[in-house]
Every structure is written in C-alpha cells, then in structure tokens.
Design a protein around this ligand. Structure first.
Ligand SMILES: Cc1cc2nc3c(=O)[nH]c(=O)nc-3n(C[C@H](O)[C@H](O)[C@H](O)COP(=O)(O)OP(=O)(O)OC[C@H]3O[C@@H](n4cnc5c(N)ncnc54)[C@H](O)[C@@H]3O)c2cc1C
Length: 372
C-alpha cells in the first residue's frame, strides 16, 4: 500500500499516535470497516510512551454515568479479545480493597457490575500474614473484594499485538511526528518532516503531547486539561502471580504482583505540568522519596525493600474523565484526550467513541456493528 503524498492513495483513516489508545483505534476501525485502508503515524515506536510504563490495571470503578459507561464498554471489548493474539496480554487478578467503613457506601456506588463482599479469613490472612506481615490497618478499616476478577493489561505488548494483527491492512509509519494537519477537499493532509499523507478521516491519539496544529477551525480543548506525573515503585515482597492486587482506596495506593517476589506499588504523585519530552520512564529522586513515604505508612518493611520504579506523565482532565473532542468545522476528525491515569483500562471504549465520532456523518457507518 502506498499512501504517501507523492501520488499515493488517500487513507480512509489516519491515526496519529501509536500508544494503547491509537492502537485500539486502528483495531476498532478494521473491526468495523474491514475494507478500510488505515494509516498509523507514530513519532517514536508503538506503545513506547506512557503506555510502556503503565501498570495496566483495569478497575471496575467509575465515578460518573459516562465513566461507568466507558468502563463497561472497555471491559466488554477486552473480554472479546480473549481469542485474539492480543488476549495473551490480559491477566485476571483478584482485587482486594481496603477502606474506612465510613467510605464504604460511596465506594460501593462507584463499582461497575460487581457485587462487593467481605474478604474470607483466608483472603485476609494472605494479605496480613503473607504479603504484608507488618501491614498497618486502622481499626475502622474494612477489607472487601468482589467475585469476578479485575484485569491487568500488558499495555505495550497489547498495543504492538493489535497493530501487528492489523499489519496487512494498515500502513504503519514509525518515527514520523505529524507537525501539521490541513483540511482538504476529500479530507485532511498530514505533514511530517519526512513526507505528507492524505486521509479522509483523522483520529488524534497523542497521549500527553499537544496534538499537531490544525489552523482554523481548531478543536476545543479538553476541559481542565493538565499534565500530571505518574510514578510507581518496585519492591521485593513475598508475592506470587496468584496473589491479589491490594488497593488502599483512601490512600490512592495499590500493590500489584509483577513477578514472583516483586510487586509494583502505585501511589498518588501530586506533580503537575511535566513535559512528556522530559520523561524516559525512569523515576526521579522525588518519585522514589515520595513513593517510599506513602508506602511506609502502610508497611515499613515493603518501603525498605524498594528496588526502583518507573515514571511518565499523562494528560488529566476534569473529573479524571478522558474525552473525545470534535468540531463541527472539522468533519471526520476527532481527538482522544486525557488518559487521566486510566488510558489503558478505558482505551477500547474511547476507541469506539472516536470511531463513532469520525464516521458520524457517514451514511455507510451507522452505529450498527458497534457491539458486534
Ligand atoms: C507509572 C504509570 C502507571 C499507570 N498505571 C495505569 C493503570 O494501572 N491503568 C490505566 O488504565 N492507566 C495507567 N496509566 C496511564 C496510562 O498508561 C495512560 O493513560 C495511557 O498509556 C495513555 O495512552 P495513550 O495512547 O493516550 O498515550 P501514549 O502511550 O503516550 O501514546 C501517545 C503516542 O502518541 C505519539 N505522538 C504524540 N504526538 C505525536 C505526533 N505529533 N505525531 C505522531 N505521533 C505522536 C507518542 O509518541 C506516543 O507514542 C499509568 C501510567 C503510568 C506512567
């Protein structure tokens, strides 16, 4: 397939950004429109940015109706991937939540399609006696779980597998940073330092980077959009891959088995306006210090056993709710903005919304087939 501007054909869809969200957009487009010619332009490599460092946890939690709808749609699509090559990068995990009794009702209202129950004595013992023998719990804290597992997504290999599976029907251009997009009669012209491409429709999935300039009209900004640093620690703990994820809800901190004897510790990092070009995945001294302090409040032994960590940034929007933005003056163009620390768990649902947005005026693409 020759889609370049030197006499090549116009793609049905160009996706800018090959993170987990852009990769799901490619997958969704070819699932819904198998005859399309799709073009993926990625400035670096597939899944190599925020996606590469993600813990990949898919909690069945959503604060608002739209949030819950995205959680539900994404969980359904992940479920449907079980027989796809990318399904190899999905791992079920039990979720155990620790929170104050007074916060239980509000938390229960956030749970999507799962019935909470108290942990059994054996489940409790696994956490307090096995994984974290020095765990500090408040007297009014409850430990609860739900049947039906949560999911951990190997986000980078998942993105690579989705793109590899689409390879015969997609032109994948890595090392191509799109610097400008201009409307044309039949769609849009996309420019990089190395070439030009044309496409009838465009989805921008640039993660924490500012999307390429569009001129006038432009897309509305995502509400409240601001970049935030996200960091996690790695610590030596007596975990196995069968152990649960333990989420300290009131601390916004969770522990996830990464491999035998090593757990990932996700903690809240209150650092804003991080430049994504300054992130290479390595944690800063501040990341490590703040993460150790947060973990030390729960388990000094776990905090003392930290071996390193990871860090990147993500775009956060109001209410941590990723959005798909469009403009009536830019038909067939949409941007997915604001992964908000949940871009992996919500990627399939966001890809569906993006596909619907760029085909909204397309008679051949009614909403039929959405859930097929
Ligand atoms: C430590 C850590 C833990 C996390 N844990 C979780 C978790 O447990 N669950 C969860 O759901 N999420 C988690 N996240 C967040 C999640 O990783 C992100 O929300 C998600 O990866 C965002 O995906 P994306 O495709 O939007 O962005 P990215 O992966 O950053 O992809 C965007 C891509 O666009 C490309 N690009 C940008 N501009 C251009 C351009 N002009 N031209 C061409 N290409 C361009 C970039 O090179 C990049 O590859 C975590 C993140 C971190 C850092």
């Amino acid at each position: 397939m020759d889609l370049d501007g030197t006499g090549g054909m116009t793609a049905d869809l160009a996706v800018v950004g090959g993170g987990v969200i852009g990769s799901f957009v490619v997958h969704e487009a070819l699932r819904r429109s198998p005859d399309w010619k799709v073009l993926l332009l990625e400035r670096s490599a597939i899944g190599a940015s925020a996606t590469a460092w993600s813990a990949g946890v898919s909690f069945p939690l959503g604060a608002t109706a739209r949030h819950r709808q995205l959680v539900r749609a994404s969980a359904d699509r992940y479920h449907a991937l079980r027989d796809h090559a990318a399904g190899a990068f999905l791992r079920p995990v039990q979720m155990i939540y620790v929170l104050r009794r007074a916060h239980l009702a509000a938390f229960t209202a956030r749970v999507v399609d799962a019935a909470l129950r108290p942990v059994t004595a054996a489940e409790r013992e696994r956490v307090t006696g096995g994984i974290l023998p020095d765990l500090r719990l408040e007297p009014d804290e409850e430990m609860i779980t739900h049947d039906g597992h949560g999911l951990v997504v190997g986000a980078r290999p998942m993105a690579e597998a989705l793109v590899a599976r689409a390879a015969g029907r997609t032109e994948v251009q890595i090392g191509q940073r799109v610097d400008g997009i201009e409307p044309e009669d039949a769609g849009y012209r996309l420019r990089t330092e190395h070439g030009e491409w044309t496409a009838r429709r465009v989805v921008l999935a640039c993660g924490p980077w500012t999307p390429p300039p569009l001129g006038e009209p432009t897309l509305p900004a995502a509400p409240g959009a601001r970049r935030k640093r996200i960091a996690a620690l790695h610590t030596r703990l007596p975990v196995t891959m069968d152990d649960p994820l333990v989420y300290f809800v009131d601390d916004d901190l969770f522990l996830l088995p990464l491999s035998a004897g090593v757990a990932l510790v996700s903690f809240y990092r209150d650092e804003w306006d991080t430049d994504p070009d300054s992130c290479d995945g390595r944690p800063s001294a501040d990341d490590l210090r703040q993460g150790r302090a947060a973990l030390d409040r729960r388990s000094p032994a776990a905090a003392a056993a930290v071996t390193g960590g990871r860090a990147f940034c993500d775009l956060y929007t109001d209410h941590r709710l990723p959005v798909v933005t469009t403009s009536s003056g830019l038909p067939g163009l949409a941007a997915v903005r604001g992964g908000s620390g949940s871009g992996v768990r919500l990627a399939p649902g966001l890809a569906t919304e993006a596909f619907d947005a760029v085909t909204a005026r397309d008679p051949a693409h009614s909403q039929r087939g959405r859930h097929a």
